[in-house]
Write a protein that binds this ligand. Structure first.
Ligand code: CO
Length: 330
């Protein structure tokens, strides 16, 4: 059986000094501290220590061989999104990243595939960069779950999603720019509380706004981290939809009726959580995603799905391979 990991991150080995280029501060950069170690910097501040797997194709392939991963789909470390920058600067950042991502994939194009990023704050620029990246070899696009105060049902983002559908480009939604940072400054609370809530917000904004009614069914869209808190709280959303007219104002059908419109990865780290996720989403809508190579990712890619005794072999093979092949047209 082939195994496909649809959620892994990449930071280019070399990254230009965008602060100097644009004259605006606090751009991400990479500072190498040893042959296999580096630090992602935000201006002069250390953001995250990373290892060679983050930028080195051979190190990634070695880990893939160890874990039995055949194909890995990589995308930007979200700190590179730059949605709060002037659009032309974000476009430049996206172009640099997208070209670097194809470069690392070129070391083994059969096993390494890339999702592009786009300057989502400007719809026309985002559509144009998506087209450029797809024709250059990207197999889809990663976006954040919001742009500032604009959720996924925002008109400009909807236009972008419709463009993705028209180009047959799959979309991977990754939470970033998490809410209430002033109350989540410690303990990685932004990752443990903010990210699942942001993902839940992204999904419900598409459901309750009626956006899924307007988007073509052909749109392929997948949410990271098991869809955040969505699956566990779907009963709460359905109950609210039944009880309160303001919840169903733009949504003609209960939230649970939309689960066939999107996919999720299976990065939930717990047997019972994966059981719930599969029962809510269906075994055709969940794909292996590890968050490799970061510490909050699955440390042995695929171990949860492979070791779960409560799912059928059919479901296992769908989650490890078939769903991703269909979703990304691999
Ligand atoms: Co991730």
């Amino acid at each position: 059986m082939t195994t496909v990991d649809i959620h892994s991150h990449f930071f280019p080995r070399a990254w230009p000094d965008l602060a100097a280029r644009f004259g605006t501060p606090d751009w991400p950069s990479i500072r190498h501290t040893g042959p296999d170690q580096a630090v992602i910097m935000l201006g002069a501040r250390e953001f995250r220590h990373i290892r060679a797997a983050c930028w080195h194709a051979a190190a990634r392939i070695e880990d893939m061989d160890r874990d039995g991963v055949d194909i890995q789909i990589l995308c930007a470390t979200p700190v590179l999104f730059a949605y709060d920058r002037p659009p032309a600067q974000a476009r430049e950042c996206a172009r640099i990243f997208n070209d670097a991502a194809l470069e690392i994939c070129s070391h083994d194009g059969r096993r390494l595939k890339a999702l592009c990023q786009v300057p989502l704050q400007d719809t026309d620029m985002a559509c144009a960069e998506l087209e450029r990246a797809l024709s250059a070899g990207h197999i889809g696009v990663q976006i954040g779950n919001h742009v500032g105060d604009r959720n996924l049902d925002n008109a400009g983002i909807m236009t972008f999603l419709q463009h993705c559908a028209s180009l047959d480009a799959p979309v991977f939604v990754h939470p970033w720019d998490m809410m209430a940072p002033e109350r989540m400054s410690g303990y990685m609370l932004s990752w443990l509380v903010g990210m699942p809530a942001e993902t839940q917000l992204g999904i419900l904004s598409l459901i309750l706004s009626g956006a899924f009614e307007r988007l073509p069914r052909s749109l392929r869209i997948c949410f990271a981290h098991g869809g955040g808190s969505f699956a566990f709280l779907l009963g709460r959303a359905d109950n609210a939809w039944r009880q309160r007219d303001i919840v169903r104002e733009h949504c003609p059908n209960p939230p649970s009726s939309f689960v066939d419109r999107f996919h999720v990865d299976g990065a939930v780290f717990d047997d019972a959580a994966l059981t719930l996720l599969i029962s809510v989403m269906g075994e055709d809508q969940v794909m292996l995603g590890t968050d490799y190579p970061f510490p909050l990712g699955e440390q042995r890619a695929g171990a949860l799905v492979r070791g779960h005794s409560g799912i059928s072999d059919t479901a296992r093979s769908k989650i490890l391979e078939a769903n991703a092949r269909r979703f990304f047209r691999l």
